[in-house]
Design a protein around this ligand. Sequence first.
Ligand SMILES: Nc1ncnc2c1ncn2[C@@H]1O[C@H](COP(=O)(O)OP(=O)(O)OP(=O)(O)O)[C@@H](O)[C@H]1O
Ligand SMILES: [Mg+2]
Length: 328
Amino acid sequence: MSNDAQVGSEGLTLPDRGMTATLGITDPLICDRGTTAITEVKAPSIAATSVPWYVPSKPPTGTHTGNKVRMRSNTLPAETKMEVSNLNLFYGESQALHSVSLRIPEHRVTALIGPSGCGKSTFLRTLNRMNDFIPTCRVDGYASLDGRDIYGDGIDPSVLRLRVGMVFQRPNPFPFSIYDNIAYGPRMHGVRKQSELNDIVELGLREAAVWDEFKDRLHDSALGLSGGQQQRLCIARALAVHPEVLLMDEATSALDPVSTAHIEDLILRLRDHLTIVVVTHNMLQAVRISQQTAFFLMGAMVESGSTDELFSAPQDPRTADYVAGHFG
Ligand SMILES: Nc1ncnc2c1ncn2[C@@H]1O[C@H](COP(=O)(O)OP(=O)(O)OP(=O)(O)O)[C@@H](O)[C@H]1O
Ligand SMILES: [Mg+2]
């Protein structure tokens, strides 16, 4: 990665042949995997095991084994995909997260809610170690993916970020064509054959449910798309590297209601093969799309539980006040 690279709230910014492109964390420039084997992905599935650069986790141990998260009483329990336990995070001397613990169930949508500055984005970034790019940031505690400590020895953060992708609040397409945006990651990983790139681009756009919309304008500039289309393109770009977990930080907050509805539909569909964590200020959105919600306040996680229960019968009076709109 360039020494000039910087991380801001919109992602990673780095110089690119004289142009500065703002890239999401799924940008392969921050990943130094040389394999070309993504071309083996043929089925329209984003199952991690079909991705050749996927590094199998250690067999689940300890807390993961049989560690099912019971969701709403009328739904089946889900396996734990990620788990955070007693996590503290500091920016220099200032503590931004205080002993946060949360299980993230597989193939479910988890919503993080709370007032501005409570640590939602900070927490989200701990899940793919994006905070590593902030020099003053220090984390202690435990966070795992499939039972393996993601801050432990032997973890390659660049591989972690392939498995745990991210989409930001503001759409950040590269100043290239629609096609080249999707092909960018695979090309960085060495895919050169045109037919293989074509397949990957089509698959990525289909996964994001924008193939029909974009198929006749693949070589148009992505910058000419509407905000909602750009955001869906960014989601397609994130999906093109086949993450298992997708983190979305207020991904619809800059969009109109129709574009928002498109992305909410997409989230609900992606849930079949992905684990999704969204940050949202929109309580109705949390109710519409998530099965689990966690409420943050001043760097602490006050309460988490099934979305139905958290909104209908919050246990903590601060949660009740927040979801009722009394503050924040
Ligand atoms: N890079 C950073 N360096 C220092 N402090 C930071 C940094 N990023 C965030 N913080 C601080 O950490 C705290 C939590 O910020 P964070 O952005 O995680 O909140 P948030 O809940 O996402 O807020 P919002 O809803 O406004 O996006 C805030 O006090 C913020 O000022
Ligand atoms: Mg935020």
